[in-house]
Design a protein around this ligand. Structure first.
Ligand code: NAD
Ligand code: MG
Length: 399
């Protein structure tokens, strides 16, 4: 029986993970479930799974959960705050940590799981973007087994040479080709992009995801973050990572070998496949995912990305070239810009502007030898972007 800590249990990836686990209760046991402040969501999970621990990052929410868990007569122990998240991520009884917190909030517990040598099923791409080198060191030091959950990186991982381990340069591989759906605005003009609303931005054509990653997909920053993610996971320079628009999201990415072969993984766009793969690799477990029927689909299409319309992609390439703190600055600026856009306070096209501004003005050459160094630059960038937003009399002047 493998014991699992599920970070981000109430989210989109968390819910898909629980769906898989419910079919494999003979193999996996939910040891702990963690969330931010969704008391009802985590209570529902506690009632269904009775994990040893339930952790809420928000202390006040943890208190409310605690009284509900007691009233229900459950044996689950409720913990609060980041210390609680770290405790269940490095707990000696835990075999697998599914890292599915959204954003920089996932950094500290995810690194803790890596240092503790867990099988780490990584969905929280922001950790790799912010802390690439530090995080990969933690994986190495802890001798953790790092398996990507992000569908493109799962496809690349599954297409790697036999025996491949993340963090190593794959032998015989010349290029990684990340596929991208292009998001809901793939065919929009610049004029149309000026008008898009949060509701339009979170309505992704192929994937059902949390709000932040949905907006990232709409700006194509998601692909930008994924380029940086692939760079660290597969130890490949960004010059060897291409992006290919593939609106159907069936081919989940490709590995190009020196002999001219391109190897890829295909499947219905459903995160339960890459999550199941990460949980069980190199074995396979069943899922409720609808099987792919290529004859019914008929055709798949491909296009080159439009870097002018979607500058976030270019900004991500720029950040990794700048190195140092630049990817962490990119990530923090993006998180603040996306959250403010979702609140309806800035226009869609202000997102890349704010990120570009932060990359130019923040000290990207700062040394980030430790996690506290990283958290300082993260905080400074967030403050800078918030100041930029409030400095504008009218948010529309941002575009
Ligand atoms: P979501 O918004 O649906 O869920 C986020 C989860 O994180 C929730 O459980 C929430 O309670 C928790 N959380 C938020 N802030 C927290 C904090 N401060 N402390 C502790 N927990 C906190 O997000 P999602 O779509 O499930 O995405 C999760 C991660 O997986 C993201 O990094 C995303 O980029 C990545 N990812 C998601 C998908 C997808 O299909 N949803 C695909 C690939 C990668
Ligand atoms: Mg992805």
């Amino acid at each position: 029986m493998q014991k699992i800590t599920l970070l981000g249990a109430t989210g989109s990836i968390g819910t898909s993970t629980l769906d898989i686990l419910s079919n494999h209760i003979d193999k996996y046991q939910l040891f702990s479930a963690c969330a931010n402040a969704d008391v009802e969501g985590l209570l529902k999970i506690c009632l269904a799974w009775e994990p040893r621990y339930a952790v809420m990052a928000n202390v006040e929410a943890a208190e409310r959960l605690q009284s509900k868990v007691r009233a229900a007569g459950l044996s689950t122990e409720v913990l609060a705050g980041e210390d609680g998240l770290v405790m269940v991520s490095e707990h000696p009884e835990v075999d697998i940590v599914v890292a599915a917190i959204v954003g920089a909030a996932g950094l500290v517990p995810t690194i803790a799981a890596a240092r503790a040598g867990k099988r780490l099923c990584l969905a929280n791409k922001e950790t790799l973007v912010m802390a690439g080198q530090l995080f990969m060191h933690a994986v190495e030091e802890g001798n953790a087994t790092l398996i990507p959950v992000d569908s493109e990186h799962s496809a690349l991982f599954q297409s790697m040479p036999p025996g491949y381990r993340t963090g190593k340069t794959p032998v015989g591989v010349e290029k990684l080709i990340l596929t991208a759906s292009g998001g809901p605005f793939r065919q929009y003009s610049l004029e149309q992009l000026k008008q898009v609303t949060p509701a339009q931005a979170i309505a992704h054509p192929n994937w059902n995801m949390g709000p932040k990653i949905s907006v990232d997909s709409a700006t194509m920053m998601n692909k930008g973050l994924e380029i940086i993610e692939a760079h660290w996971l597969f130890h490949m320079p960004c010059s060897k990572i291409d992006v290919l628009i593939h609106p159907q999201s069936i081919i989940h990415s490709l590995v190009e070998y020196s002999d001219g072969s391109q190897v890829s993984q295909l499947g219905t766009p459903d995160m339960r496949t890459p999550i199941a793969c990460a949980l069980s690799w190199p074995d396979r477990i069943t899922t409720n995912v609808k099987k792919l029927d290529l004859a019914q689909l008929g055709q798949l299409t491909f296009f080159a990305p439009d870097l002018k319309l979607f500058p976030c992609l270019q900004l991500a390439f720029q950040a990794i070239e700048m190195g140092g703190a630049a990817p962490a600055i990119l990530n923090a600026a993006n998180e603040v810009a996306v959250a403010t856009f979702l609140e309806g306070k800035i226009p869609f096209l202000a997102i890349p502007k704010l990120i570009e501004d932060a990359l130019t003005k923040m000290p990207s050459s700062s040394s980030i030898a430790t996690v506290p160094d990283l958290l300082i630059i993260d905080r400074q960038t967030r403050d800078h972007v918030k100041r930029q937003i409030s400095n504008f009399e009218s948010a529309t002047t941002l575009i």
